[in-house]
Write a protein that binds this ligand. Structure first.
Ligand code: AHR
Length: 494
């Protein structure tokens, strides 16, 4: 048992509100994310609403999914939205050049996606094509989905059966222009961005677009500096950041049959998010001290080798307790940086990378990551309670990482605290000084398992599910919790 770690929680009215959009998701035309994932088609024997699986709709609604990013990723810069509207028989097919060279028949298009978002109660976040598209094409897409009447694209939408506009607010201007989005350098993209942003009209006098520039990957601080310096604030509402927890792009290691070496290396990568956000925020602060531009971490999560026997271009991987550790710790980082982080999108929602749900025929399982996301819904739109503490170490092979992470918030008079202990062996005891928060009783939930490699399977879908947690004491404003190894705990005041 480690020595007790003391944690103080500040009850300050000045702290920011944790945007629910931090808990966003991402579904790309990649592998079995859309086709044979979310979308099985209206004629499928699998119960569906307009072709989208009902079990997934329910799971995502239970998650209170705040937003969904689509159609990519790399796919976005090859996607021509007009291919995916109108009668099915008239839609062209294309080859999905980034993801397995499979035929994309465009049967899931703009209407399917935006109607799905309405069913889910989620805000759509559309990524427009910059790499192989035009300013006109992008601008027309906005007109098609947002303009009520009186324009060529509004007319076309109505002809396609949708009278009312959808009013989409979040628009990504390309994706990863430093790589699959066009291999540009930062200066070139900044110019291209300004050109696009100038013509991205909302087509709705009451609505303002939230335009998101494609930002850096990981520690590319030069990219952030150039964007913040070159793009005037009136042209950009958000700037993206991508960061995956990947050990080595050439040898990512197995998703479930991993060693402690793999685990420690993955967590080392995951926890770098703290440094990336801190340093990118410092650059943003220089140009935008009032923090008007949001940091949008629109791709994050663990990335491993694909499961044996699956298409390498489909990025299908299992999801274990390790992924729950990534999710718990990363979401704590986002919450604690909510003065700058406005949105984030886990990559990806279904059957791809760190998914919250996996499907196989009629079956669907929810992953440990799903459960963490669900436990953390208490933080959506809650006011952050900043925490101060020094984490004990998780030491492995002479290296160490902070073992414990925490974030806390309050909403409607209730306090919520999420605690993560990533240590593979040691429990950690913490004492939280809840000060004047006036907490008298709490309920608690834990997500853990016997082994880090444990995961839910189609044969044993409930192996890892949240359980009631009792190993804590609350006395006179002091909360003592013993956090078992590799576990996520969420406590809520009654
Ligand atoms: O999420 C998978 C891919 O990762 C996305 O398409 C791309 O943006 C990133 O490199």
């Amino acid at each position: 048992v480690q020595a007790q770690t003391k944690i103080t929680i500040e009850n300050t009215e000045d702290a920011p509100v944790i945007s629910k959009h931090i808990y966003g998701h991402f579904s790309e035309h990649l592998g079995r994310s859309i086709y044979d994932g979310l979308y099985v088609g209206e004629d499928s024997p699998i119960p569906n609403t307009d072709g989208v699986r009902n079990d997934l709709i329910k799971a995502l609604k239970d998650l209170q999914i705040p937003n969904l990013r689509w159609p990519g990723g790399c796919f976005a810069d090859t996607y021509h939205w007009r291919d995916g509207i109108g009668p099915q028989e008239d839609r062209p097919t294309i080859v999905n050049q980034w993801w397995g060279d499979v035929t994309e028949d465009n049967s899931f298009g703009t209407h399917n996606f935006l109607n799905l978002c309405e069913v889910l109660g989620a805000e759509p976040y559309l990524a427009g094509n910059v790499g192989s598209g035009t300013v006109q094409e992008f601008s027309n897409w906005i007109q098609y989905v947002n303009h009520d009447a009186g324009s060529p694209m509004a007319k076309l939408r109505k002809e396609n059966g949708k009278e009312e506009s959808w009013d989409v607010k979040f628009w990504g201007v390309g994706n990863e222009p430093w790589g699959c989005g066009g291999n540009m350098d930062a200066e070139f993209y900044a110019d291209i961005y300004k050109q696009y942003a100038t013509f991205l009209t909302s087509w709705d006098k009451d609505a303002k677009l939230y335009r998101i520039a494609s930002g850096p990957s990981g520690d590319d601080y030069h990219w952030m500096e150039v964007l913040m310096k070159e793009i005037p604030p009136e042209l950009m509402e958000g700037v993206a950041l991508h960061s995956y927890s990947v050990i080595d792009w050439n040898d990512k290691g197995p998703a479930s049959d991993f060693t402690e070496d793999h685990y420690f290396a993955t967590m080392t990568e995951a926890l770098k998010m703290e440094e990336y956000i801190t340093k990118h925020s410092a650059i943003m602060d220089k140009y935008d001290p009032q923090k008007k531009v949001g940091l949008i971490v629109d791709e994050w999560g663990g990335w491993y080798d694909v499961e044996e026997g699956t298409n390498p271009g489909f990025l299908y991987q299992q999801n274990t307790v390790r992924d729950a550790m990534i999710a718990g710790a990363t979401l704590n980082i986002f919450n604690n940086h909510s003065e700058r982080v406005y949105m984030a999108n886990l990559a990806q929602a279904v059957n791809v990378l760190q998914a919250v749900a996996l499907t196989q025929g009629e079956q669907m399982i929810l992953t440990p990551t799903y459960h963490v996301m669900k436990m953390y819904t208490v933080h959506h739109e809650a006011q952050l309670l900043p925490v101060n503490f020094e984490s004990p170490d998780y030491t492995y092979n002479g290296k160490s990482l902070p073992a414990v992470s925490i974030s806390a918030s309050k909403k409607d008079g209730k306090v919520a605290i999420s605690l993560v202990n990533i240590d593979s062996k040691k429990e950690n005891e913490v004492e939280l000084d809840l000060g004047e928060l006036d907490v008298e009783g709490m309920t608690a939930t834990i997500l853990t398992s016997d082994k880090l490699q444990d995961h839910n399977t189609f044969e044993n879908a409930e192996k890892i599910t949240p359980e009631e947690f009792k190993d804590y004491k609350l006395r006179r404003g002091k909360l003592q919790v013993t956090i078992p190894p590799f576990s996520v705990i969420v406590l809520e005041s009654e």
